[in-house]
Design a protein around this ligand. Structure first.
Ligand SMILES: [Zn+2]
Length: 280
């Protein structure tokens, strides 16, 4: 029983690690702005600050502005997983990225800084490919709340630094324009975390469709879950971590043609945020 419990906890922690990614170039170069700036078309769209000035949280785009959908892939690697990578575990998923390229599917990759350090060539290639945008999933993939799937916790006074460290890691490996979007590890956040990240200048990005690919063994089940959940403007969370999400690439090969058959167009998160802004 103890063994089982420990395995469950470990699995949850990994699953949590599998649920966050990030962007770069950002905060320092792009200070938070109180509202979207139409005068600066080259700057990525961001949401206006949330209530009382906290970091805004984006979950999906407009439901009535056409059949668009954003696939997002969390490139998870936790700060303490270096020994596992050294022992041969693969936290990357190059075949998935190649499939997205072959199918010409724009996507947003929420990357941890630790992942970029482990796979600098892949991080750079993703960051320099106009098909993709790199966003921030923290440096450490530790939790920003006290109770988040058993993940270690980032102290409040270190939250901003953890996000900024990821941006530094992206720049160090040659990602030129990381986006000012941040996905909380495990998707766990609270008001305290949203306040702590105000100086980082990011928009928090959650999702409205869970792909369920973490630890999945049935690609068709993952594909069905995505297809059942997608609505116009949806943000789908999947993973770019081969060892813990081995069926994702196969599921994508089912999901993409079916959604296109239904009339959906794949977009990056930035386009959905821009569309949300356009609603005024
Ligand atoms: Zn994650």
């Amino acid at each position: 029983m103890i063994t089982l419990s420990r395995r469950v906890i470990a699995a949850c922690a990994l699953a949590a690690a599998l649920t966050a990614c990030g962007s770069s170039a950002g905060p320092a170069a792009r200070p938070p702005s109180p509202a979207p700036s139409p005068a600066a078309p080259s700057a990525p769209p961001t949401l206006a600050a949330g209530p009382e000035g906290v970091v805004p949280v984006f979950e999906h785009g407009p439901r009535d502005a056409g059949k668009t959908v954003a696939l997002t892939f969390d490139a998870d690697m936790t700060a303490d997983q270096g020994p596992r990578a050294a022992a041969g575990e693969r936290f990357d998923h190059p075949r998935l990225i190649e499939t997205l390229r072959t199918l010409k599917v724009p996507a947003t990759v929420f990357m941890t800084g630790r992942w970029a350090e482990e796979y600098p060539d892949q991080a750079r290639a993703i960051g320099r490919d106009p098909l993709f945008e790199v966003a921030n999933h923290s440096y450490s993939h530790y939790a920003f709340t006290a109770d988040c799937y058993g993940l270690p916790t980032v102290p409040e006074e270190r939250m901003r630094a953890d996000v900024e460290r990821a941006y530094r890691a992206f720049r160090a490996v040659g990602v030129p324009e990381p986006m000012p979007y941040f996905r909380f590890p495990g998707g766990c956040y609270d008001r305290r975390a949203l306040k702590a990240l105000i100086p980082a200048g990011v928009t928090a990005v959650q999702w409205d469709v869970v792909g369920g690919d973490a630890f999945a063994t049935d690609a068709d089940a993952v594909a069905r879950q995505v297809l059942d959940g997608v609505r116009p403007g949806s943000v789908v969370v999947l993973h770019c971590t081969r060892s813990a999400a081995p069926t994702t690439e196969k599921a994508v090969r089912t999901v993409v043609p079916e959604l296109r058959r239904q009339g959906y167009r794949f977009v990056k998160v930035s386009e959905l945020i821009g569309a949300a802004n356009g609603r005024g």
